[in-house]
Write a protein that binds this ligand. Structure first.
Ligand code: FES
Length: 105
């Protein structure tokens, strides 16, 4: 049985393959990362996506446990895994990993 998340991931996968989405950000919202502040990290990324008007170029999603619970909050930007992320670190990560990639696209 297909779930809503599967359908969303299918269509964002098509957009990503077509180059319409340039950067994929996923934030682990598993139990450990949730307790370490994943929700704040997710909100911080969403705020920056709005602030820089890059909604059409960035796919933002929450994912379940990435198997690195002791290193939370765990995020993935495209294929790169970044650990020990806090909402205070999000702006720097966004500038370095997302805006830089979009400006070079
Ligand atoms: S809960 Fe985030 S890596 Fe396990």
């Amino acid at each position: 049985m297909l779930m809503y998340n599967d359908i969303v991931m299918f269509f964002t996968g098509i957009l990503y393959a077509r180059g319409e989405i340039m950067v994929r950000i996923s934030v682990c919202v598993g139990s450990a990362c949730h307790l370490l502040g994943a929700h704040g990290v997710l909100e911080a990324f969403n705020g920056l996506i709005d602030k820089y008007h890059v909604q059409a170029k960035v796919d933002m999603q929450g994912n379940f446990c990435q198997g690195r619970c002791t290193e939370g909050v765990v995020i993935r930007i495209d294929e790169e895994i970044i650990t020990k992320v806090s909402k205070e670190k999000v702006h720097g990560i966004f500038v370095e990993k997302v805006l830089d990639k979009l400006s070079n696209a």
